[in-house]
Structure formats: C-alpha cells, structure tokens
Design a protein around this ligand. Structure first.
Ligand code: 2P0
Length: 351
C-alpha cells in the first residue's frame, strides 16, 4: 500500500497594519485590509504532517501531541473540507489519481516555540495545516489561493502563506473570493529589517482576539473612522515605504497603527486593555531612542508594535539591534535573552 503523507511548515507573522474586526464572522472577512511581516527565524514556526489513508474512519488532529476535537462546522472542519473539495476537483480532472478526498486524514501539528513565548500560534498553525494538505493532495494552488482557505481557519493565518512583507486585501465580494493575501515584497527585498520580540507576559490573554474584535465592531465609534479614513491611506503608504526600503516611514506608520489598534480596543464597551505598564515602558524607551536620533539629525531607529497582548515586537535595522537590547536590559535589569531555543537577536524576556 502506498503511503500518502506530506509535511509543511509555516512561520508566525506580526502585523504592522492591524486586522481588527470582521464584516462576516463565518467566512472571516475583515473590516479592513492589513499588512504584516512574516518572521523568518526557524524557531517560530508550526510544522504539520498530514496523512490520508482508506483505513482512517474520520479526520483527526493532534496539536503538540494532544488530540483536538474537530467540531462540525468549526474552523478546522471548514479548512479540511475546503481542501478536500479542491482535491475532488483534481481527481475529477484526472480519474487515474487515487481518491484521497474520500479517505480520512490524520493531521499532526507542532509549534517549535514554547507557549511561554506568548505568541499567537493560530496564524502559523492554520497556514501550516493548509500547506500540508495542499502538498498531500498535490493541489496546483498558488499561495494566494491557499490563503483563501487559511483565512477561514484564522484571519491572520492567510498572511503566513507568504514570507516577507504581505498584505491581506479585505476584498469586497460577499463570498470572500477576493479577500486574500498577496506579496508586497519578498524577504530578500529588505533583509536588513529584523524583529525583536520582548516577552512581557506569558499569561493567557484576558480577551481573545475573536471575541474582542467583534465587541469592538459592535460598540466602538472610533473603529468606523479607522476603517474608512485611516487604514486605506496607511496600507498604500506603508507598501510604498517597504518598496522604497524607507525605514523612517515604515516605523512611523507601524507605531501609529499599533497605537490606533489599542485605541479602538480602549474604545470598546467594556474597554479592552492589552498593554500593561511594562508594555508602556517599552514604548517610552523606543520613543526616547528615536527622539535622540532625530534630535541629532538622524532618522527613526526602531518601531514598536503590540498585538492582542502585552508583548512588544520591535522592528529595527539590524545595525541597531544590539543597542536596543542593551537599552532594554538597562531598564529591565532582570531581562535576559532566552538562550534556548532563541538566539540573542530573537527574543528577550522582560517579565
Ligand atoms: C493582526 N491580530 O493583524 C491582529 C492585530 C491581533 C491584533 O489578527 O478571529 O487570531 O482567528 O480571525 O487572526 C488576531 O486575530 O482572529 C489578529 P480570528 P486572529 O495580526
């Protein structure tokens, strides 16, 4: 009996223009476009193996060794059934192919970063899941086509189908067929940009992104302004900054958009607070670091951004990273770069 099995991996991505809000919660269609950088370090990835076999009675999935329930109509079930639908189409066109779409599939996924890093794993997880099924089923699908499916697992996952600088275009069609990820620039276009992740807390976050963003959609008046009048111009401006490798503009927009995302979280009823005192201290350090540079006739040297939790991600040209880590260690003497599995220029714990 032949073995039908494939393995794929996908990295974490961190948004510069934040996704926050859905116009369709079932199809996961966003209220605004977003843009992220896919982190290319080997140590921040999900790796997923899928196997199809006629003896498998049902689809099953293990995450970090623990079996997860695949609920009917849930996000996992949707992604798996969409991939099987694409496989059926391939089998219809070439009837000599084995009917893998009718077999059960067993999926085993692992994150190589500790949950303690407090990083969202749904983005890399669903991207790796969709990539491994695409390989198993030998689908002739582009990353953008696969992003349509990963999006239905978790919105931000659609951006992890590409490396480098990636936009998730919100689209306008009710069926979501134009709400997909596109490459703005490959990683090699701007290899000088690095990301430093400051682990402020590894607690599970108080308000999940999924429920938090819908509360914002229902109650925030600021969100409407952001969607209509702010994000479209920012998407354009940051894409241009990336193409021109203009770190000053990239940094300014990234920090502005992180600030506005946290402002709409605060504008939610009841309010959502994702940052804590350590997060705000990191903002102060970066603001001052940039102020001194500009006061001396220089440009911005670093950009902070925060997702739905207190951990900071600092984007900076490589030449500034050592200085930034030294600054953080100076203000947080207990901070210690994780030695394993993170290298010095990867993650620093500032708890
Ligand atoms: C982002 N975040 O663009 C934003 C910034 C958090 C803050 O995408 O409901 O886990 O699974 O689509 O993708 C978090 O939202 O939410 C997120 P679902 P997801 O990265």
């Amino acid at each position: 009996m032949p073995i039908y099995q494939a393995t794929a991996s996908a990295p974490v991505n961190i948004a510069c223009i934040k996704y926050w809000g859905k116009r369709d919660t079932k199809l996961i269609l966003p209220t605004n476009s977003s843009l992220s950088v896919t982190l290319d370090q080997d140590h921040l990835r999900s790796t997923t193996t899928s196997r199809a076999d006629p003896s498998f009675e049902k689809d099953r999935l293990w995450l970090n060794g623990v079996e997860e329930e695949i609920k009917d109509g849930g996000r996992l079930a949707t992604c798996i059934s969409e991939m099987k639908r694409m496989r059926r189409e391939v089998e219809r066109q070439d009837p000599s192919l084995p009917k893998l779409s009718s077999y059960g599939v067993h999926i085993c996924s692992r994150n190589n970063f500790p949950t303690a890093a407090g990083l969202a794993s749904s983005a890399s997880g669903f991207a790796a899941l969709v990539s491994s099924l695409a390989a198993l089923y030998s689908l002739p699908a582009s990353p953008s086509e696969l992003s349509l499916i990963a999006r239905q697992g978790s919105g931000s996952a659609c951006r992890s189908l590409f490396g480098g600088f990636v936009a998730w275009e919100m689209g306008s069609k009710p069926d979501g067929s134009d709400s997909l990820a596109v490459e703005v620039a490959p990683r090699e276009h701007w290899p000088d940009i690095h990301a430093l992740i400051c682990v402020v807390s590894d607690d599970k976050k108080g308000t999940s992104s999924t429920s938090g963003m819908q509360r914002t959609v229902e109650t925030s008046t600021l969100l409407e302004h952001r969607i209509r009048h702010v994000v479209p111009a920012r998407m354009k401006a940051i894409s241009e900054a990336i193409r021109a490798r203009d770190f000053d503009a990239f940094a300014r927009i990234t920090m502005q958009d992180s600030n506005q995302f946290h402002a709409v979280a605060l504008d939610t009823d009841p309010p959502i607070f994702y940052m804590n005192d350590v997060s705000r201290a990191i903002i102060a350090i970066i603001v001052e670091y940039n102020r001194v540079s500009v006061a001396n006739g220089g440009k911005l040297k670093a950009a902070y951004t925060f997702d739905a939790g207190p951990n900071a991600v600092i984007y900076a040209p490589k030449e500034n990273l050592k200085e930034i880590i030294e600054l953080i260690v100076h203000y947080f003497p207990q901070a210690e770069p994780f030695k394993d599995p993170f290298g010095l220029f990867g993650t620093v714990g500032v708890k």
